[in-house]
Design a protein around this ligand. Structure first.
Ligand SMILES: Cc1ncc(COP(=O)(O)O)c(C=O)c1O
Length: 382
């Protein structure tokens, strides 16, 4: 049975070019970038190329890109590293109530360590209000951390407006978790005025376990990992050269044909949204209106249908989707994002996330809608 994979916000398939680049690093270009011999120098060159490729997509300088073990490490490093570096200037941080656990749990730890965190609530579309941010900014605010795209409902924060506000009204540093937005929405860190930005390889058809933190030139940030002097002494540990090379190729491919690819995702998403709502009575979209959110994420509920049940029925037909977010979909508790949107309980329990990637095609729309319709009707008949 051929499958239709619609869970690209959880993770994506590595593209063939990515796999080829990784194989080469593992089998042939396997030197340690710190070694002084030819193999080491070749590996170091491959890292430099990947740094350029990853930087290119966000308008950063390659020297501002620091490779990490993924998005989670990048988020931990940004928050903890900045808090430690600025603890004498202030102990207040601002974030949103709908961030990824790698931000929220890190904030809880910082609170236990004596920092104070303000969690901004989203409006019903999953977007924070600038007036709330303005009211929360204080003299002792050292960091504002917001996600560019929410991983569960696809809402987009007005990052450029947020940056303007933060920099005009405070001394705080702005961190953006761009892990779901990278390769999906255009965002230039220099033009937008972003100081720190987290990225991850496996959401853009690169490998898992590799990511990056963009650190604006001159910004002081304490390291998270101590040891050797890799990554110019800011992040110790022998580099994951194969993963980094694969991430670089994935970023390069995401930059190539960016506009056409994201437009295609958006078209597929809009058509899926339109047909599911039109053809399944009572279906409702959660979060932003489809045309407002990220081009690839659609969150939808059907009355009287529990998400877990529908997901398993769809899988039997070869359609792969998820509940709110794969990261905590195995837990019983409701999604903190859907709770923060104050959705009725049935919508929270029934929320299905459809997320598109570079490999999805319009030909998948028809069989997907048919499968949803048949599964929901079957459940209603029970
Ligand atoms: C918004 C967001 N931030 C951070 C992460 C964590 O990234 P990684 O899986 O690379 O650790 C994810 C992954 O789902 C995410 O969606």
């Amino acid at each position: 049975m051929s499958i239709i994979y619609l869970d690209n916000s959880a993770t994506t398939a590595a593209l063939p070019e990515v796999v080829t680049a990784m194989k080469e690093m593992l089998a042939e270009n396997y030197g340690n970038p710190s070694s002084l011999h030819g193999l080491g120098i070749r590996a170091e060159k491959a890292l430099g190329e990947a740094r350029r490729q990853v930087a290119g997509l966000i308008g950063a300088r390659p020297t501002e890109i620091y490779f990490t073990s993924g998005g989670t490490e990048a988020n931990n490093w940004a928050l903890r590293g900045l808090a430690r570096a600025r603890r004498r200037q202030g102990r207040h941080l601002i974030t949103t109530a709908i961030e990824h656990p790698s931000i929220l749990v890190t904030c809880r730890r910082l609170e236990a360590d004596g920092f104070e965190v303000t969690y901004l609530p989203p409006d019903p579309r999953g977007v924070i209000r600038l007036a709330d941010l303005e009211a929360a900014l204080r003299e002792d605010t050292i960091l504002v951390s917001v996600m560019s795209v929410n991983n569960e409902v696809g809402s987009r924060q007005p990052v450029a407006d947020i940056a303007r506000l933060v920099h005009s009204r405070s001394q705080a540093v702005l961190h953006v978790d761009h892990i779901q937005g990278y390769g999906k929405i255009p965002l230039n860190c220099q033009e937008a005025g972003i100081d720190l930005m987290s990225l991850s390889g496996h959401k853009i058809h690169g490998p898992k376990g590799v990511g990056a933190l963009y650190i604006k030139e001159g910004l002081r940030l304490e390291p998270l990992l101590l040891g050797g002097d890799q990554e110019t002494g800011r992040r110790a540990g022998t580099e994951n050269t194969a993963g980094i090379a694969g991430f670089g190729v994935a970023a390069h491919l995401a930059a190539t044909g960016f506009a056409e690819r994201t437009a295609r995702m958006q078209e597929i998403k809009l058509e899926l949204a339109r047909r599911l709502v039109a053809e399944i009575p009572g279906a409702v979209i959660n979060g932003p209106a489809p045309e407002e959110g990220a081009p690839n994420i659609l969150n939808i509920s059907f009355p009287g249908v529990r998400a877990e049940v529908l997901i398993h029925m769809l899988e039997q037909r070869g359609i792969y989707v998820s509940t709110g977010s794969a990261c905590h979909s195995r837990r019983e508790s409701a999604s903190h994002v859907l709770q923060a949107l104050h959705l009725e309980r049935w919508r929270q329990d029934g929320a299905i996330r459809i997320s598109l990637g570079a490999l999805n095609t319009p030909a998948e729309i028809d069989p997907t809608v048919t499968a949803f319709k048949e599964c929901v009707q079957e459940l209603w008949a029970l």
